[in-house]
Design a protein around this ligand. Structure first.
Ligand code: UD1
Length: 420
């Protein structure tokens, strides 16, 4: 296993281009199971998670080729309907093959993904939606088995205790596109990645309206064709780069950004006193002063993203004042708190809240990454800290940030890998 070493204190400067969105590409790859025709997906990030999804598609009978950001899922029947534990357990998003397998083959057997360090992560909403479309569900030996003679459209309220669910909306939408009649998903997730999946399905011949809003309407069709699609830019990578500029008091031009996807983050950063300017798909961030502390509450889109909570906490550690960070999606997503405190931060956790007392500066320390976004948080903290930070279990970062070390090195960061 590798660890990442960062010699902190360098003000990052230059240009960086954001890669395709991880959370859009995974369900879009799963959607290729809905057709036997070839599909071409462009702007696909070279990530551990993308590779996990290629493996799952191959195990289900597809021929997948990946070259320089372009994936071709070749004509080949979706022949197998079982997604095995050893593949699904590596990545929770694999569970979104359930909807397309059921839609196409009218049967699916998919391993339950289990929990992870950020929380329990149930799948009740996925199953509720699939059942409403007429599938029979059986859970046995850690697998969900779903089958139906024929799926039919239905009215489905998909809101849960923590609001809408991204992958449940994806799964139900992918099953419903080949169901008979009209489906309405109410309290659907509005995340741009869900809307991107809908755009791809529409190119395949699906009839979908309202994607990107809480009410999605789907009129089932008999079959879907192959299609070509370009993945939207990754808003979480873009947001992480914005914070890299601010936390190092650097000056970065971030290219390939969809500004309106970053609304909640930018609003908070402006409240904190940051200066950001946007033109022609690029965001210019110049950090030249200590920011004010701001309070943050994570919520489903268009609220502040839970996937930016850890990185924002790193920034709040070095602001002037006290910030209260409330996690409303995953109340236990605070594994990074103890690691930031090892770097000198003053953070106290109280249930779903973290109270961050800003200090002048962090100091480098050996720390451990617990999940993808916690790794990004520790990288940001390491970039800002005095001295050397070594982050072990850095493989988490490779799940969601394409060429991240090279991108940081190009911006002047002193970053390298060492064997643990
Ligand atoms: C997706 C993202 C992940 C992000 C999360 C929340 C992908 C591949 N991953 O994960 O990066 O952190 O959205 O924005 O897109 N829930 C239930 N029952 C369910 C499903 C979810 O109670 O059946 C709860 C979850 O435990 C959580 C909340 O709903 O509290 C939102 O989770 P959800 O949107 O489903 O997350 P994912 O789609 O798994």
């Amino acid at each position: 296993m590798d660890k990442l070493i960062i010699e902190g204190g360098v003000k990052l400067k230059g240009e960086v281009t954001v890669s395709g969105a991880k959370n859009a590409v995974l369900p879009i790859l799963a959607a290729t199971l809905l057709t036997d025709e070839p599909c071409v997906i462009k702007n696909v990030p070279n990530l551990r998670d993308s590779n996990s999804m290629f493996k799952i598609l191959r195990s289900l009978g597809k021929i997948v080729e990946f070259d320089k950001g372009k994936v071709t899922v070749c004509a080949g029947k979706t022949s197998n309907y079982i997604a095995e534990y050893k593949l699904v357990s590596t990545m929770r998003a694999s569970f979104c093959v359930l909807g397309p397998l059921l839609g196409k083959l009218k049967k699916a057997k998919v391993s339950l993904p289990g929990g992870c360090v950020i929380g329990v992560r149930p799948v009740d909403l996925h199953l509720k939606g699939i059942k409403a479309l007429g599938a029979q569900i059986n859970i046995d030996s850690g697998y969900v088995e779903a089958k139906a003679k024929c799926l039919h459209g239905a009215y489905i309220y998909l809101g849960g205790v923590y609001g809408s669910s991204v992958l449940a909306t994806d799964n139900v939408m992918m099953a419903a596109v080949l169901a008979k009649g009209k489906t309405i998903i109410e309290s659907a997730a509005c995340e741009p990645e869900v809307a991107d999946l809908a755009e791809f399905l529409i190119k395949m011949g699906a009839k979908i309206k309202g994607h990107g809003t809480p009410i999605i309407e789907i009129e089932g069709v008999k079959s879907l064709r192959g299609a070509m699609h370009v993945i939207i830019p990754d808003r979480i990578e873009a947001g992480t780069m914005v914070l890299a500029a601010l936390i190092t008091e650097g000056d970065i031009l971030i290219k390939n950004v969809q500004y309106h996807h970053l609304g909640a983050l930018i609003d908070k950063l402006k409240e904190a006193g940051a200066h950001l300017s946007y033109a022609d798909g690029s965001l210019h961030v110049k950090g030249n002063k200590r920011l004010k502390a701001v309070n943050i509450t994570t919520l489903p889109y268009p609220g502040f993203p839970t996937d930016m909570q850890a990185q924002m906490m790193a920034l709040m550690c070095v602001t002037g004042g006290i910030s209260v960070i409330t996690e409303k999606i995953y109340p236990d997503r605070f594994m990074h708190v103890a690691e930031l405190n090892r770097m000198g931060a003053h953070i106290q956790r109280e249930g779903p809240h973290a109270i961050v007392e800003g200090i002048k500066g962090l100091s480098g320390a050996p720390v451990m990454a617990s999940d993808l976004r916690a790794s990004a948080c520790l990288v940001l903290a390491g970039l800002a800290a005095r001295g050397k930070t070594s982050i072990s279990r850095i493989y988490h970062l490779e799940r969601g940030y394409e060429f991240i070390e090279q991108k940081l090195i190009n911006l002047g960061a002193k970053v390298w890998r060492e064997k643990e």
